[in-house]
Ligand binder design. Structure first.
Ligand SMILES: [Ca+2]
Ligand SMILES: [Ca+2]
Ligand SMILES: [Ca+2]
Ligand SMILES: [Ca+2]
Ligand SMILES: [Zn+2]
Length: 346
């Protein structure tokens, strides 16, 4: 199945026609590095600089303003090959060279396609680290590791401005280069990782249009909550993908979508998953505001295991039940109110 960020019909056609290019044979010596450092955006240059001033895509050109927004991070779990391959992520680059380092350092500028490869490796492993920090570390049961396989990520020259996650025929995320290169924005990577989380949690998750909307809304929410955890807090955390959306929104504030749109269930359902997902993401953001990130995110992830892809009220009820079980009736009442606020629960 394919889950799309934007412009679904165009991308679906493109996806169905896509043929995987052969991966270059690895001829380089293993580096032995199981951890490394790299330069990334945190999560994107708009958030880290606090404004849009001086940040121009300019067809992927380097600039001092964008170079200055890169920060050094640790890349963990690497397999020692020297490539961006590790326990929870395997990055394949189809544009330019595959990033390889003999000295445990992955420092590139954003014009270099290897920069996006580092971004993908970092943010996929960061998402995994976050779920594990919440307690999802076991091999089975309701605390099992989520999306714990070696997530494949492909950076390609996708013509349309789109990225997507799929588990068929291959469990893979792909990031295109339309407008601002999609993987230059950590929140785009986290959004797609949200779909991977759903695919890994339930084989029947995507059983309805409404479940597809939930997945879009959760992806946006996941981008925000992991970004908040990783960065220590954004000035406007409800705005998703501030940097990628510079190329397709008018501004002055650029957001792919927001977590605080005044949409209600069911009156504002349009039958389009990204639009309808804004109802769900707003409710999850309410939940996080009421319970704090750890309780909200733990409960959301718990409730998603083995969900059968029905409706928003059904999954909301499961989340409230998880809150009740884990944190008691007082927090469960707050959780109910978070969904009532959007009309999802009566
Ligand atoms: Ca780039
Ligand atoms: Ca883009
Ligand atoms: Ca996966
Ligand atoms: Ca954001
Ligand atoms: Zn999506």
């Amino acid at each position: 199945m394919t889950r799309l960020s934007r412009r679904a019909s165009v991308a679906l056609l493109a996806a169905s026609l896509a043929v995987a290019a052969p991966v270059a044979v690895n001829a380089k010596q293993p580096s032995g590095c199981t951890s490394a450092t790299g330069l990334v955006f945190m999560p994107n240059p708009v958030v880290s600089s606090g404004s849009y001033a001086g940040l121009e895509d300019n067809k992927d050109a380097d600039s001092d303003a964008l170079n200055d927004q890169r920060v050094q991070v640790s890349l963990t779990g690497l397999d020692g090959s020297g490539y961006l391959r590790g326990q929870y992520a395997l990055v394949v680059g189809e544009t330019g060279d595959s990033a390889y380092s003999a000295d445990c350092t992955f420092d590139y500028t954003r014009h270099d396609d290897r920069f996006e490869q580092v971004m993908a490796y970092y943010w996929v492993t960061k998402s995994q680290a976050y779920t594990q920090s919440l307690g999802f570390t076991q091999s089975s049961g309701l605390w099992r590791v989520i999306n714990g396989d070696q997530q494949r990520v492909r950076i390609n020259q996708y013509g349309v401005d789109n990225s997507f996650a799929t588990d068929h025929p291959k469990d893979e995320m792909r990031f295109g280069k339309g407008g601002v290169d999609d993987a230059e924005d950590g929140e785009v990577i986290l959004h797609e990782t949200g779909h991977q989380i759903h695919m890994s949690q339930s084989a029947t998750f995507f059983s309805s249009l409404e479940a597809g909307s939930i997945s879009e809304g959760f992806g946006d929410y996941w981008a925000a909550t992991v970004s908040e955890w990783a960065t220590g807090g954004e000035a406007d955390p409800e705005c998703i993908a501030e940097w990628d959306s510079v190329s397709y929104t008018r501004g002055p504030v650029h957001c792919l979508r927001r977590l605080d749109e005044p949409k209600m269930y069911p009156d504002d359902l349009e039958g389009e998953v990204h639009a309808d997902g804004e109802i769900w993401s707003h409710a999850l953001w309410n939940l996080r505001t009421a319970l704090g990130a750890a309780h909200a995110d733990t409960s959301i992830l718990r409730a998603q295991f083995d969900w059968t892809g029905t409706t928003m009220p059904d999954l909301a009820g499961r989340i409230v039940d998880a809150v009740d079980e884990l944190y008691g009736s007082g927090e469960a009442a707050l959780a109910t109110a978070a969904f009532q606020d959007r009309g999802i629960l009566p």
